[in-house]
Structures are given as structure tokens and as C-alpha cells.
Design a binder for this molecule. Structure first.
Ligand SMILES: *[C@@H]1O[C@H](CO)[C@@H](O)[C@H](O)[C@H]1NC(C)=O
Ligand SMILES: *[C@@H]1O[C@H](CO)[C@@H](O)[C@H](O)[C@H]1NC(C)=O
Ligand SMILES: *[C@@H]1O[C@H](CO)[C@@H](O)[C@H](O)[C@H]1NC(C)=O
Ligand SMILES: *[C@@H]1O[C@H](CO)[C@@H](O)[C@H](O)[C@H]1NC(C)=O
Ligand SMILES: *[C@@H]1O[C@H](CO)[C@@H](O)[C@H](O)[C@H]1NC(C)=O
Ligand SMILES: *[C@@H]1O[C@H](CO)[C@@H](O)[C@H](O)[C@H]1NC(C)=O
Ligand SMILES: *[C@@H]1O[C@H](CO)[C@@H](O)[C@H](O)[C@H]1NC(C)=O
Ligand SMILES: *[C@@H]1O[C@H](CO)[C@@H](O)[C@H](O)[C@H]1NC(C)=O
Ligand SMILES: *[C@@H]1O[C@H](CO)[C@@H](O)[C@H](O)[C@H]1NC(C)=O
Length: 613
């Protein structure tokens, strides 16, 4: 897929190299040095070169054409800026140390000169010219220093020590256009945009004088643009949209002069000190066709060479190649990517963030180019790999709330933010076992000895009245009574019902009950009436006072004293009356009481046993 694409692109490529900017290219030894505004932006090593001796730029195919002298032959090669491909176009024996090459993009014609000859070679594959070693165009008697092609006018110009001449590109109409006695005319350039000719004159007299000269394309209106006195020689003139460039020998470097300037505006851009000889420094400019024909009335020849939008000429091998990075063309002619931080892969197609943050987390790179995830609601962790619900709800289902926080839906019997609270927790006391009934209500099963809804009530609680309580094997409370008490709940003490007739009971030092009797009674339990009834016991009559109840109620009526200490009778069913003296049965004859024996019952009540007479 990848290689297919590259091949497909390569077939289209003749595009503008986006890879490094340049405004001039300087050749020397085995290198092409590309500069932009005086700064080196690219160095291209030409591996097979021996000595680059001249160069020019083809703005249609975006390639630098250069000659390399390797005696006894010479090659003319191209360095394609779009593909970085170096291609030998021609090998010829028609060479010279002072070879210069120019190019006519309209007919794709290479034109080069030796000391005395000018040759052409068609690069157009459709050309019928099959000469392998070039065609001789012009023979020159004087030493030929340089050549230039007038693309619009369709002329070839050349410069010798004496004059500047031109001819049509087929060699016809040859004429001298600048003719004066000078010493060296070193270099020549033609600018379509100004429709002018530029050249360097050098006069050795008076310590040397170098001047940049200009004239119309017909040689008229000659002007001197710039003069350097006490100068040594110069070489290799070139023009661009705004500037004239040349190389100087005594102050080695590339010089730049605005085309429209007056004198003294030249500036030295740089020098390449590593080069063996100043004369190897050759300059060509990035001068686009559009710039060349800007503002000029008509130049059909160049107009037809303007890149069309539909034309693949505008497609670069680098175009759309690097997905996230800058593209450049390497020495092998292949596009090479310099990826943005966070991207990698041959085409920067691998995003470091790819698949890094899980669960739709958003990935970005921090200042140290480390991946950082911004998680969606519900996820956390370095890679959003941890659900915030993870192990959050202790006893229940988890979901993520609108606020992005985990929410628990608790199982029955659990509560709390994380369902961490068991409803049974601490509910049943004293070891009671808690469970939920069918209505999810808590129910306690208590251990022996406890009772109540939460087993909170001890069965011993207030059980033993006077004693210690313990739980028996049967689960019921058992009392261990303190001395003097008895009964199941130790509710009884020795005093219980011990003193009769209202006697007050207390325990003595031996914990034995002792009675303090009410008036009229006596005995250990106050069971003895202090006074004998005379009718019961005549021997004791008249002694002390007698209980008001004494012999008061008749016929087994029970006597008690009311609040006023008056005797009151509670009669049996058969009797009534204040003293139960009236028989309810009217048929009965009221028995006549003759003798009454009084005894005290256990309750202190007196009972009369009467004898009927
Ligand atoms: C060549 O010059 C043109 C016009 O100034 C410019 O747009 C283009 O970027 C230059 N080419 C390079 C590779 O610098
Ligand atoms: C070119 O270089 C000069 C000085 O070296 C600088 O002032 C100028 O801004 C540069 N121009 C561009 C377009 O880089
Ligand atoms: C002569 O050249 C100068 C400067 O290059 C220019 O300003 C002027 O217009 C030219 N005159 C003619 C007649 O070409
Ligand atoms: C000319 O240049 C030489 C060396 O380059 C120097 O010695 C001499 O002084 C210069 N003369 C003038 C007039 O500048
Ligand atoms: C030279 O041309 C540039 C634009 O290319 C312009 O800005 C400048 O003013 C011109 N200078 C002169 C002296 O005409
Ligand atoms: C541009 O398109 C025109 C018309 O389609 C064509 O004649 C011309 O050759 C094209 N130019 C280039 C440089 O391909
Ligand atoms: C890509 O080129 C631009 C402009 O030259 C530069 O600012 C940027 O740092 C380059 N990026 C990389 C990854 O090389
Ligand atoms: C917890 O989720 C399961 C499965 O979805 C469901 O059967 C159960 O009723 C849920 N329990 C609660 C307390 O929401
Ligand atoms: C009741 O318990 C206390 C404390 O354990 C003990 O001192 C006392 O003797 C116990 N009394 C009886 C009657 O067991």
C-alpha cells in the first residue's frame, strides 16, 4: 500500500521542492550549496562528481543542471529538487575547463560552450535529434567566456574578451551587439523581466577594476551598475527577480546587488572558504518563470511553460506524504518525514496517542511529550483503564452519576454511600443473630438469657426481687436468693406473712423474723390476743381494754375496724345485720346463744364457737 503510493506519486513528480527554501545555488567541487537570504539551507553532495564547473537552473522542471569535468569527457547532469534524484543527461567529449551550460526550457535544449565552440543537445524525448555527443551550433575565434539564452527572443548570446555576440538558436542571424576594447568580459546573464543583458567587465590596469554592466538585449543603452576598484577578477553572474549575483576573487564570496539600485548597494552574502578556488564558485538563482515574465508585454515562449493547476508539475513527492510532520527528500530521492511530537512511523502515521486512552478517554501530549489521558465520566487511572465503579459499592450495583461520580444501588439490607453498612450490623445485641424477614425487616434470634426485639432485654432483668439471676439450661431465669429471701423470684423473705394481726416484721441479727405486734396482740407472731373475753374466759374478764371486734360479729361474721376504729362486720350468706345477728332465713329460729368460745384464726380474726342451748 505504502510503496504503491510512493510509486504513484513518483510518476507525477516534477514538483516544487517544499523541502528547503533557496534563492541561490552555488556550485563548487562536488557540492551544490543552497542558500536562502544568505543562510545555507541545504548541501547536496554529488557523489560521482570530479569537479563541478558550471550550473544553471531549469525553473520548469525544478532542477539544477550542472557540468562535471572528468577528462577526457564531461557530463551534464541534473539534480531534481522535487525528487532529489541526480541523473546524468549527457556524457560528451566536447568539453573544456571553462565550460558553461545554459538551458532553453522551451525546446528542452541544453546549450554549452567550450573555449571556441557552442554545442546543443535536446533533452526532449520527442526530438528527432539523435546526436549522442551534441550538435555544434557556433564556432568562435576569440576565447569564449560565457553564454546566455534569451528564451523569449529565441537567441543565444555569448561573451568574449572583446565583444558580446548573439545568434538565433539554430545558429543563424549571428551579430555582434556590444563591441569595445576591454580586457576581460567574464560572465553574462539575460533577464527577461528587465529585458536586459548583464555582464562583468574586468580591467587589469590601475590595480584592477571590476564593473557590473548592463545593456538592452540589442546592446544599446549600456549602463554601469557597480564598480569595484583595486579588485581582482570575478566570475559567474546570475540574475533573479530583484538581484544580480556574482562571485568575487579577492574578497571571496557571493555578492548581491539590487537590479534597480544605484552604486554601492552591493552586499557580500557569504563565502565558501572550503572551496579550492574562487573560480569554482558558480551561482544560479531560483528565478521562476512567473517572475521572469511578470510585467513584460509578451513572451509566448515562457507563457506556455507556466505551470498549470491541472498539471502534475505542481505535485510534489512530498505533498500529502507525511501525515503529521515535515517532509524532505533524501539523497535517495525518497520523501522523508520529520514527525511532530507524538507521531512516528515512516509517514508519521503512528500516533503515540492511538489507542492509548481507554474507554473513550481523550489523549494529548504534555510538555514532555508524555501521553496524558483525560478520561470520560466513570473512568480513571493513567490510561482511563480503571472504572471508578471498580470495587466501589460494597454490597450493591454501581453506576456513574451525572456528576461523574459513582453511585451505588444497594442490595437489600445494606445502606451507606458505598452500601458498606449492613442493616444487621450491630442490630441484635448480646450475640443475637440478625436476619431479614420477607419484608426485609430485621429479626433477631436471641441467645439464651436475652429477649426483646433487639435481644436488648435480659430475661434476668428485674426478675429476682432479692437475689442474683442466672439463666438456666432451659433458658429460663433462675434466682439465687440472698439470705432471708425465698420464692422463685426471691420475692419472699422470712418475714413474709410471718407477723399476724398487723404485726410489723423485721429480721434480727440472725436473719430471723421478729414481730412487733399491734396493741392488743402478742406472741412470736402476734397470734395471741392480749385480752381474754369474759364470755369466753371469765377468769380474765375486766382486764384492760378489749378489741372493739371482740365478739362483735355474730354467726361467723368477720369483723374489722373501720377508719373510725369502729367494728364492722362482713356477714356470711345466711346472716345480715350490723353484727350478723339477723338470720336471712326467716323460717329458722334464731339460735339462742348461750356459750361462745373465741379463737383467733391465723389471719388474726376471732371465731366464735357457740353452743346452742
Ligand atoms: C523559488 O522562488 C519562488 C518565488 O520567489 C518561491 O515562491 C519559492 O518558494 C522558491 N523555491 C524555493 C524552493 O525556495
Ligand atoms: C534576510 O536577511 C536579513 C539580514 O541577514 C534580514 O534582515 C531579513 O529579515 C531576512 N529576510 C528574510 C525574508 O528572511
Ligand atoms: C536605459 O537604461 C536605464 C537603466 O537601466 C533605464 O532606466 C532606461 O529606461 C533605459 N533607456 C532605454 C531607452 O532603454
Ligand atoms: C589594493 O589591494 C591591495 C591588496 O589587495 C592593497 O595592498 C592595496 O593597498 C590596495 N590599494 C588601494 C588603493 O586600495
Ligand atoms: C527596487 O525594487 C524594489 C522592489 O523590487 C523596490 O522596493 C525598491 O524601491 C526599488 N528601488 C529603487 C531604487 O528603485
Ligand atoms: C498548460 O495547459 C495548456 C492548455 O491545457 C497546455 O497547452 C500547456 O502546455 C500546459 N503547460 C504546461 C507547462 O504543461
Ligand atoms: C516543520 O517545519 C516548520 C517550519 O519550518 C518548523 O517550525 C517545525 O518545527 C517543523 N517541525 C518538525 C517536526 O520538524
Ligand atoms: C444489580 O444488577 C443485577 C444485574 O443487572 C440485577 O439483577 C440486580 O437486581 C441489581 N441489584 C440492585 C440492588 O440494583
Ligand atoms: C450475688 O452475686 C454477688 C456478686 O457476684 C455475690 O457477691 C453474692 O454472694 C451473690 N449472692 C448470692 C445469694 O448468690
Amino acid at each position: 500500500m505504502h510503496s504503491t503510493r510512493v510509486v504513484a506519486v513518483l510518476t507525477l513528480v516534477v514538483g516544487l521542492a517544499h523541502c528547503f527554501p533557496w534563492d541561490i545555488v552555488v556550485g563548487g567541487d562536488k557540492q551544490l550549496y543552497f542558500y536562502y537570504n544568505g543562510t545555507l539551507t541545504h548541501t547536496e553532495e554529488i557523489p560521482l562528481a570530479t569537479q563541478i564547473t558550471s550550473l544553471t537552473y531549469d525553473p520548469v522542471h525544478y532542477r539544477v543542471l550542472f557540468t562535471d569535468v572528468n577528462y577526457p569527457s564531461m557530463t551534464i547532469s541534473s539534480f531534481d529538487l522535487s525528487t532529489a534524484k541526480i541523473q546524468v543527461l549527457l556524457t560528451t567529449k566536447t568539453q573544456s575547463y571553462f565550460v558553461r551550460v545554459v538551458y532553453d526550457p522551451v525546446t528542452q535544449l541544453l546549450v554549452w560552450k567550450t573555449w571556441h565552440k557552442i554545442y546543443t543537445f535536446s533533452l526532449n524525448p520527442a526530438s528527432s535529434d539523435k546526436a549522442v555527443d551534441g550538435n555544434l551550433l557556433v564556432t568562435i575565434d576569440n576565447d569564449c567566456r560565457d553564454i546566455a539564452v534569451d528564451i523569449c527572443g529565441r537567441y543565444i548570446y555569448w561573451i568574449t574578451d572583446d565583444e558580446i555576440e548573439r545568434a538565433r538558436l539554430d545558429g543563424s542571424d549571428r551579430e555582434v551587439i556590444v563591441d569595445s576594447t576591454v580586457h576581460f568580459r567574464i560572465s553574462l546573464a539575460i533577464d527577461q523581466q528587465t529585458q536586459r543583458l548583464y555582464w562583468i567587465d574586468y580591467i587589469t590596469a590601475n590595480g584592477g577594476r571590476l564593473s557590473i554592466e548592463s545593456a538592452n538585449l540589442n546592446g544599446k543603452n549600456r549602463t554601469t551598475l557597480y564598480i569595484v576598484r583595486n579588485a581582482s577578477r570575478a566570475s559567474s553572474l546570475a540574475v533573479s527577480k530583484d538581484f544580480i549575483y556574482w562571485q568575487n576573487s579577492n574578497e571571496v564570496g557571493t555578492w548581491q546587488l539590487p537590479k534597480n539600485s544605484s552604486e554601492h548597494d552591493a552586499r557580500k552574502l557569504y563565502s565558501i572558504s572550503s572551496l579550492r578556488d574562487w573560480s569554482y564558485q558558480l551561482v544560479a538563482t531560483n528565478y521562476t518563470i512567473q517572475e521572469q515574465i511578470q510585467g513584460i508585454q509578451s513572451c509566448e515562449a515562457l507563457q506556455g511553460l507556466m505551470p498549470n493547476n491541472s498539471n502534475p508539475v505542481t505535485v510534489s513527492i512530498c505533498q500529502n506524504y507525511c501525515l503529521e510532520g515535515n517532509c524532505s527528500v533524501n539523497a535517495g530521492g525518497q520523501p522523508t518525514c520529520s514527525c511532530k511530537a507524538g507521531h512516528s512511523g515512516e509517514r508519521c502515521e503512528v500516533n503515540a496517542c492511538h489507542d492509548y486512552c481507554l474507554h473513550n478517554g481523550f489523549c494529548s501530549l504534555n510538555e514532555e511529550n508524555k501521553r496524558v489521558c483525560q478520561c470520560t465520566a466513570g473512568y480513571d487511572g493513567e490510561r482511563c483503564d480503571i472504572s471508578i465503579c471498580n470495587e466501589y459499592c460494597v454490597q450493591g450495583n454501581c453506576s456513574v452519576g451525572a456528576d461523574g461520580l459513582p453511585k451505588c444501588s444497594c442490595r437489600a439490607g445494606h445502606s451507606g454511600e458505598r452500601c458498606e453498612v449492613n442493616a444487621c450490623h450491630d442490630y441484635c445485641l448480646h450475640g443475637g443473630v440478625c436476619s431479614l424477614n420477607e419484608e426485609n425487616k430485621r429479626v433477631c434470634q436471641c441467645t439464651a438469657g436475652y429477649d426483646g426485639e433487639r435481644c436488648d432485654i435480659s430475661i434476668c432483668n428485674e426478675y429476682c426481687v432479692q437475689g442474683n439471676c442466672s439463666v438456666g439450661a432451659d433458658g429460663l431465669p433462675k434466682c439465687s436468693c440472698t439470705t432471708g429471701y425465698s420464692g422463685e423470684r426471691c420475692e419472699e423473705n422470712a418475714c413474709h406473712k410471718h407477723c399476724l394481726n398487723g404485726g410489723v416484721c423485721s429480721l434480727n441479727e440472725e436473719d430471723e423474723p421478729a414481730c412487733q405486734c399491734t396493741a392488743g396482740y402478742d406472741g412470736g407472731r402476734c397470734e395471741v390476743s392480749a385480752y381474754k373475753d369474759s364470755s369466753c374466759d371469765a377468769g380474765n374478764s375486766g382486764q384492760g381494754s378489749i378489741s372493739a371486734c371482740h365478739q362483735f360479729c355474730l354467726n361467723n361474721g368477720v369483723c374489722s375496724l373501720n377508719e373510725a376504729s369502729e367494728p364492722v362486720c362482713q356477714c356470711t350468706a345466711d346472716y345480715e345485720g350490723e353484727r350478723c345477728e339477723v338470720s336471712v332465713n326467716k323460717d329458722l329460729c334464731c339460735p339462742k346463744v348461750t356459750t361462745v368460745t373465741v379463737t383467733l384464726s391465723q389471719g388474726g380474726q376471732s371465731t366464735c364457737a357457740s353452743t346452742v342451748v
